[in-house]
Ligand binder design. Structure first.
Ligand code: GCV
Length: 669
C-alpha cells in the first residue's frame, strides 16, 4: 500500500502571494545536498503552486552583492560568512528570494522552511528569517529489529529491516525527506538491544545496503548511525572476553571499525546500551562505563566517529521489599563519579527523567550535575507509556518543560536546553535524540495526530525557542491546510491531550500503574511486587515513594535550590509530590482538596477532557480527508473507552484502599 507523505503531502493552493519567485531557481554551488534543496523547491512549486521551475546554474564568479542586476527568482547561495551549522537566512528584496548559508545543509533547511511558509499561506514578500539550529545533533533513535518488528513500535513494521535484510527502497528516501524537512541530522536505524543478526550489521555482510542507505541519508544532510553490541568481540570474533581493558578486545574493535567505516564511509558512529536490562557491558569485567565507552571511542576516532553511550543503567532485578535501592538514583550514582572521564568523541545520552518516559517525571538530576561531559537529552516520541499512538498525546509541551528546567548549574544559561545545546559548558558534541514513532503504516505513525510528535520533535530540536502552540499550528497547517476551524480544533485537541492523559492515568508524578510488559492500559499493582524498581507503595493510609533524606535520598542528587525544593513537602511541585514523597490521602493540596479527592477529581476530569476532544474531532467531518477522519475517529473512540477504564480502575483502587468516599458522590466501583 502506498503511504502518505504526512506534512509533505502537498495540496494545490488556490493562492500564494509571491508564487512567481518559484518560476526560476538559481543555484551557485552544485553538490548532493543543494541538489536535494533544488529538487524540493521544484517539487513544492509543482505540487503546491502548479509551477514548472527553471533551474539556472550561476557562474562561480557570480557576485551576490551586485544583486540589482539579477533577475527575479529564488537564489540558493553559499556564503562563507553566513549562518553556520545548518543555519540559514531567507531574505526577499526586489523580487528575489535569497537563501544563504555557510553549509549546504543550511540551504536545504532554508528551502524546506520556505516551502513551509508557502504551505501556511505566509506572504513571501519582504520575508526575512534568520535561523540557527540550537542543537548540534538532532537525532532519531529507531528501535527496529532485523526481523522487521519494532520494540515499542505502534505503527506497523520496520521500513529499515525485513526478514533479516536491510531495506533500501523508495520509502528510505521519502523517510529521509520527511526527517530532514524538520531539521533532523542523525538517525540510528536499529534497536539499542542488539542481538543475533543485528550484531552483524558492523560486518561486511550488510555493507552494500548500508552504504546505499547512508548515501541516501547524506543527500538530505542526515548521518547514519548504528547501535552496537558490546559483546561483539565474543559473539563475532570468538574472543573469550569483551573486557574493554583487554588488549585483544581493543585490537579486535580497532580492526573491526577499520572495516566498518571502509564499508560505510558516511557512518556517523554508534549508540550503545550497555549494562542495562540484560545487555552486556563493562561492569561484567569490573570496569567503569567510562572505560567501556572510551575503548570504543578510540576505535572510531580515526574515522571521525562518535560513541553515544546511554545512561539508562540500573538494577532490573530489584527486590520490591527493598526500600533503599532506588532506580531513580541509578544513572546518577553510576555516571556522576565519572564526570570528565569520557573522551571528547563520547556523548552520554540521558533519558529526560530518572525512570523511564512516564507521563510525568522530574528532570534527570544528571543534567546540571555533569559539567565536564558531553551530553544529549533522550526523549521518546514512540508513546510507550503515553497511549501507544492509540491515544492522542502531543508530547511537545512535556519536552518544552524539560528543556526549560533550571538546573542551577550556573548563574545563567543553566536550563536543560542550555546544557544540551552546548551553551552552558561550551560542548560541541551534544544535542537531542528521540525514540522514533514511525513504522510501515500508510500514515507512518499509526495515529495520524502522532505525526505531530515526529514533526514537533525535529522542529523543537532545531529551534528550542518555538512554543508547543506554534509547532502544533505549523504541523497542522502543513498537514491539513489553513482552514481556521480545522486548525483551531486540531491544535486544541493536541494541546489538551498531554494534560488529559496525565489526569486519567497515574496521579501526581507516581507513574507506572499500567500493565506490565506491554505497558498499555491500567493495572495499579502490575509492577508493585515485581523486580523493575517501579513502585507506588500505596497502603490504606497513603501513597508515594519517599525519596527525601529519610527515604532514598534522591532529592539530594539535585543542585540547590532544587534539592531543598523537592525535599520540603511545602515547596515540592504538586505534580511531582508522590514521586518524591509518601503522603497521606488526607493531606490537603494547595487547591484545598485532599489528596484522595484530587485523585478522584482529576480522573473524572481527564475522561471529560477526552469527551471534549472527541466532540472537537467530530466537528471536522467533511473538512478533512474522510479516510483520515475515520481513522482518527476510531482511535479516539477507543481512547474514550480506555480512559474510562483508567478512571474506574484507579478510582476504585484508591477508594477500596482508603475507604474514603468521593465528596461528589460519583460512581466508583
Ligand atoms: C529498548 C524501556 C523499554 C524497553 C527499552 C528500554 C531502553 O525499559 O520498555 O523496551 O529497550 O526502555 O530504553 O533501553
Amino acid at each position: 500500500m502506498k503511504y502518505s507523505m504526512a506534512w509533505l503531502s502537498y495540496r494545490r493552493l488556490p493562492f500564494c502571494e509571491g508564487k512567481e519567485y518559484f518560476r526560476k531557481i538559481y543555484v551557485q554551488e552544485e553538490n548532493e545536498i543543494t541538489g536535494s534543496a533544488v529538487y524540493e523547491l521544484c517539487r513544492g512549486a509543482k505540487e503546491l503552486l502548479g509551477i514548472k521551475t527553471v533551474v539556472i546554474k550561476l557562474p562561480e564568479t557570480f557576485d551576490q552583492d551586485k544583486r540589482e542586476k539579477t533577475e527575479e527568482g529564488i537564489y540558493l547561495l553559499p556564503d562563507s560568512k553566513g549562518p553556520v551549522g545548518g543555519g540559514y537566512r531567507i531574505v526577499e528584496e526586489n523580487g528575489r528570494i535569497r537563501i544563504t548559508a555557510a553549509e549546504p545543509e543550511g540551504l536545504l533547511y532554508g528551502s524546506f522552511d520556505l516551502i513551509r511558509q508557502v504551505q501556511r499561506g505566509v506572504s513571501l514578500r519582504g520575508i526575512n528569517r534568520l535561523k540557527l539550529p540550537d542543537n548540534p545533533l538532532r537525532m532519531l533513535n529507531h528501535w527496529d529489529n532485523m526481523d522487521g518488528s519494532i520494540e515499542r513500535g505502534y505503527s506497523g513494521n520496520s521500513f529499515f529491516f525485513r526478514n533479516d535484510r536491510v531495506l533500501v527502497e523508495e520509502r528510505t528516501e521519502d523517510y529521509a525527506r520527511l526527517t530532514a524537512s524538520v531539521g533532523i541530522n542523525g538517525v540510528v536505524i536499529n534497536n539499542v538491544n542488539v542481538t543475533e543478526k543485528a550484531t552483524r550489521l558492523i560486518t561486511g555482510e550488510y555493507a552494500d545496503s548500508l552504504k546505499r542507505m547512508g548515501e541516501i541519508f547524506s543527500k538530505y544532510g542526515i548521518r547514519l548511525y548504528l547501535s552496537l553490541n558490546f559483546a561483539a568481540p565474543m559473539e563475532l570474533g570468538g574472543l573469550e572476553t569483551a573486557d574493554p581493558e583487554a588488549e585483544e578486545v581493543r585490537a579486535w574493535w580497532q580492526e573491526q571499525m577499520k572495516e566498518t567505516f571502509r564499508n560505510i564511509p558516511s557512518l556517523g558512529g554508534f549508540l550503545v546500551k550497555a549494562d542495562s536490562e540484560g545487555r552486556p557491558g563493562p561492569l561484567t569485567y569490573g570496569r567503569t562505563q567510562a572505560q567501556g565507552a572510551n575503548m570504543l571511542a578510540e576505535a572510531v576516532r580515526p574515522y571521525g566517529g562518535i560513541i553515544i553511550w546511554r545512561c539508562f543503567v540500573y538494577n532490573c532485578t530489584q527486590d520490591w521489599r527493598d526500600r533503599k535501592t532506588d532506580r531513580a538514583r541509578s544513572a546518577y550514582d553510576y555516571f556522576m563519579p565519572l564526570d570528565g572521564k569520557f573522551e571528547e568523541n563520547v556523548i552520554l545520552q540521558i533519558k529526560n527523567g530518572p525512570m523511564d518516559f512516564q507521563v510525568r517525571e522530574p528532570v534527570s538530576s544528571l543534567f546540571g550535575s555533569l559539567k565536564n561531559t558531553n551530553q544529549m537529552l533522550e526523549v521518546q516520541i514512540a508513546q510507550e507509556y503515553t497511549g501507544q499512538q492509540r491515544h492522542v498525546c502531543y508530547l511537545i509541551p512535556q519536552f518544552k518543560e524539560i528543556l526549560g528546567f533550571h538546573t542551577h548549574c550556573r548563574e545563567e544559561e543553566d536550563t536543560v536546553a542550555d546544557i544540551v545545546s552546548g551553551r552552558s559548558f561550551s560542548h560541541k558534541n551534544c544535542g537531542m535524540a528521540a525514540v522514533a514513532n514511525t513504522g510501515s503504516d500508510s500514515n507512518w505513525t499509526g495515529h495520524d495526530l502522532a505525526a505531530a510528535n515526529w514533526f514537533g520533535f525535529g522542529r523543537l530540536a532545531f529551534d528550542t525557542s518555538l512554543s508547543a502552540e506554534e509547532i502544533a499550528r505549523e504541523w497542522c497547517e502543513c498537514t491539513f491546510g489553513t482552514d481556521k476551524a480545522v486548525v483551531y480544533a486540531i491544535c486544541k485537541i493536541l494541546l489538551m491531550s498531554w494534560p488529559a492523559y496525565e489526569k486519567y492515568t497515574s496521579p501526581l508524578g507516581i507513574g507506572w500503574m499500567l500493565s506490565p510488559n506491554n505497558h498499555y492500559g491500567p493495572n495499579v499493582d502490575g509492577y508493585e511486587y515485581d523486580r523493575w524498581g517501579t513502585y507506588h507503595r500505596a497502603d490504606h493510609l497513603g501513597i508515594g515513594v519517599e525519596r527525601g533524606k529519610t527515604g532514598t535520598g534522591f532529592t539530594q542528587t539535585y543542585l540547590e535550590p532544587n534539592a531543598s525544593l523537592y525535599e520540603e513537602i511545602e515547596t515540592c511541585p504538586e505534580e511531582l509530590l508522590l514521586f518524591f514523597h509518601y503522603m497521606p490521602y488526607t493531606y490537603r493540596l494547595k487547591s484545598g482538596k485532599t489528596l484522595i479527592q484530587h485523585i478522584y477529581d482529576s480522573h473524572f476530569e481527564g475522561v471529560e477532557d477526552v469527551e471534549k476532544m472527541v466532540n472537537l474531532w467530530e466537528g471536522l467531518k467533511g473538512k478533512i480527508p474522510d479516510e483520515v477522519f475515520k481513522r482518527v475517529k476510531l482511535r479516539m473512540d477507543h481512547q474514550l473507552d480506555n480512559s474510562a477504564e483508567w478512571r474506574d480502575q484507579i478510582n476504585s483502587y484508591f477508594y477500596r484502599k482508603s475507604f474514603i468516599m468521593d465528596e461528589k458522590g460519583r460512581k466508583i466501583y
